[in-house]
Design a binder for this molecule. Structure first.
Ligand code: ZN
Length: 250
């Protein structure tokens, strides 16, 4: 059965709109500001980014990343979040059946926001990770994800597993190696994917972290044991494709 071309297009447009809102949240939430202004605007003068354009990313490119009104540089997180959120919407609707696709989009967009916040601020807010654990359990109960028992075991294994690694590191090395939000994020990933893929999520994140460290060294940046890598962002990045493949393979 062929997929209607309108479906991924619809997912991409919805994703771009959501992504625009997510970018605003990622910039304003850590500052304690409201994101109720909604879609992406120039952070300097408040002019809507790409206002009047259907595709904000294209207008961002045409304006060479600067605000049309005041000329200030537009934070590239705006187009980046729009592109990735659009990709999440389109991929989910092509690869996964429609009911699961809605759950997959919600998961993908939540993970995107966590990736942005962790990459910039090393911050995985409880207000995102905890509802995401509940969401994974809810999706499992509704038959849109993994089996409910797998979801429970996954959440517990994800939290306890990473929490104990962090505790062991702290006791041995005398400093914090993992962020406090990381075990809650892996619990959320476990709630969505079940416990079986968790080692692959960790492996994927570790491989990406190593690649980033090597890239930093190749660029001549110092790489020490205390250099921080946003491990939560990397786990989130590994988790979504794993969830999609898991659902698509059923
Ligand atoms: Zn401006």
């Amino acid at each position: 059965m062929g997929v209607s071309p309108w479906l991924p297009l619809l997912g991409a447009v919805a994703g771009a709109i959501i992504g625009s809102y997510l970018a605003t949240l990622a910039i304003r939430w850590p500052l304690g500001k409201s994101a109720s202004r909604g879609r992406s605007r120039c952070d300097a003068c408040g002019m809507k980014v790409g206002a009047g354009s259907l595709i904000p990313v294209v207008s961002w490119l045409m304006q060479r990343g600067r605000c049309r009104a005041c000329g200030a540089r537009i934070d590239p997180i705006h187009p980046a979040m729009e592109v990735f959120a659009a990709a999440v919407g389109a991929i989910a609707l092509v690869v996964v059946p429609p009911a699961q696709a809605l759950a997959g989009m919600a998961l993908g967009w939540a993970l995107l926001l966590l990736i942005a916040l962790d990459a910039r601020y090393f911050w995985l807010p409880d207000r995102l990770t905890l509802p995401l654990i509940a969401g994974g359990w809810g999706a499992a109960v509704l038959g849109l994800g993994t089996a409910p028992l797998d979801s429970l075991i996954g959440a517990a294994a994800g939290f306890i597993g990473l929490w104990s690694v962090g505790e062991a590191y702290r006791r041995v090395r005398g400093r914090t190696g993992l962020g406090g939000g990381d075990p809650k994020l892996l619990a959320a990933i476990g709630a969505w994917c079940g416990w079986v893929p968790l080692p692959f999520v960790l492996l994927g994140a570790a491989v990406m972290g190593l690649a980033i460290a090597l890239l930093r060294r190749a660029r001549g940046q110092a790489v020490g044991a205390t250099d921080r890598v946003a491990f939560g962002a990397l786990m989130a990045l590994a988790a979504w494709p794993i969830w999609v493949m898991m659902i698509a393979a059923r």
